[in-house]
Design a protein around this ligand. Structure first.
Ligand code: PNS
Length: 159
């Protein structure tokens, strides 16, 4: 059984994340989408809200499930018999930080990280940019699943 984890903040989940999740689900027996709790990061949605949104938009993939974790990703992997971390690489700007994290995770607990090249259509996409566009009334329909868009606009307008 090859079980991998796709970790992140997913605040909110975008088409870029979904592309990686879909492709990983075709390669591995089980994919866990792990929402990592970062207490220093101010998020738009609570962990439970993010878990619910992710579960809804990944319903069609039977081997994908969602979970959350407060702590080191390698400890999650060890506790849940996860063989590897799968991450999308958008551009060289991602590379330095991702390489550093993958090497630390390898040294800490011997956990491998597999990088998937993001589809070119999503190479510029990030949750932060989507939130910025939505804050100023821009059209975000190309970046997020339709069910998530009203949640983002409502939450931003309530701020
Ligand atoms: O979507 P993000 O915010 O870019 O995801 C980053 C994330 C959550 C994957 C990363 O910060 C992470 O793995 N955090 C958990 C703590 C940890 O294990 N850090 C790396 C070793 S120092």
């Amino acid at each position: 059984m090859k079980r991998v984890v796709c970790p992140g903040s997913f605040d909110p989940i975008t088409f870029g994340h979904l592309d990686i999740i879909k492709r990983a689900s075709a390669l591995f027996d089980e994919v866990i989408i792990a929402v990592l709790v970062n207490t220093t990061k101010k998020t738009l949605f609570t962990v439970d809200e993010r878990l619910a949104m992710i579960a809804e938009v990944t319903r069609e993939y039977p081997n994908v499930r969602v979970d959350s974790w407060r702590g080191l990703l390698v400890d999650y992997c060890e506790a849940h018999d996860v063989q590897a971390i799968v991450k999308g690489l958008r551009a060289v700007t991602d590379f330095d930080y991702e390489l550093q994290m993958s090497q630390i995770n390898l040294q800490l607990k011997g956990i491998e990280t597999l990088f998937m090249a993001t589809a070119p259509a999503h190479s510029f996409l990030s949750s932060s940019l989507v939130k910025e566009i939505a804050t100023f009334g821009g059209d975000i329909s190309a970046y997020l699943p339709a069910s998530i868009i009203p949640k983002v606009t409502e939450r931003l307008s309530a701020r």
